[in-house]
Design a protein around this ligand. Structure first.
Ligand SMILES: Nc1ncnc2c1ncn2[C@@H]1O[C@H](COP(=O)(O)OP(=O)(O)OP(=O)(O)O)[C@@H](O)[C@H]1O
Ligand SMILES: [Mg+2]
Length: 154
């Protein structure tokens, strides 16, 4: 597990970019990045950094109403989900969720809301508010980041 203290927006973005660089350098074309954390934790900020590497030039915004945004400017399609409004995982069938899993790299906000539909091999990223400007980012997957790794005794 990586635990990173992000002292500003740009660090959270940089950590997202670092994860994307890791996957890209390994030639990974299918993955599911499951983001969790409260309103305003920084999930969209993280995704912005991630997409800046995977799909340079795509404009990232929260797909709160549309559930999914597609960023198609890189080698591998990136599907950005926001499950905030999903109250029943059955709703995922309606948006063709399984087809997205088979077609590219998925990154999802509010994965708390889709329970068992998060693939077993997903990369789990939890963002915790530490103060107004700092966040603790916990990841289930180790990747190289230049940013500050912290030992918070977990
Ligand atoms: N270290 C930090 N990392 C990320 N965001 C930060 C940080 N410090 C402050 N912020 C602020 O927290 C907010 C994070 O917003 P963001 O939209 O990324 O949250 P979110 O987790 O996607 O929320 P939502 O659940 O509403 O989609 C922004 O206003 C950002 O400026
Ligand atoms: Mg968001």
């Amino acid at each position: 597990m990586n635990i990173i203290k992000a002292s500003s927006n740009s660090v959270t973005e940089a950590v997202g970019a670092a994860l994307a660089r890791d996957l890209k350098s390994k030639g990974i074309k299918r993955a599911f990045v499951a983001l969790s954390g409260d309103l305003g934790a920084g999930k969209t900020v993280f995704t912005t950094g991630f997409a800046s590497v995977m799909s340079p030039g795509s404009r990232v915004k929260s797909p709160t109403y549309t559930i999914v945004n597609e960023y198609l400017k890189g080698e591998v399609p990136v599907y950005h989900f926001d499950f905030y409004r999903i109250s029943d995982p059955d709703e995922l069938f309606g948006i063709g969720f399984d087809d997205y899993l088979d077609s590219g790299i998925c990154i999802g906000e509010w994965c708390e809301n889709i329970g068992d539909c998060v693939p077993e091999d997903a990369i789990l990223i939890e963002i915790l508010k530490d103060s107004d400007t700092t966040r603790i980012i916990k990841t289930s997957y180790d990747f190289y980041t230049e940013d500050e790794n912290v030992d918070i005794g977990i």
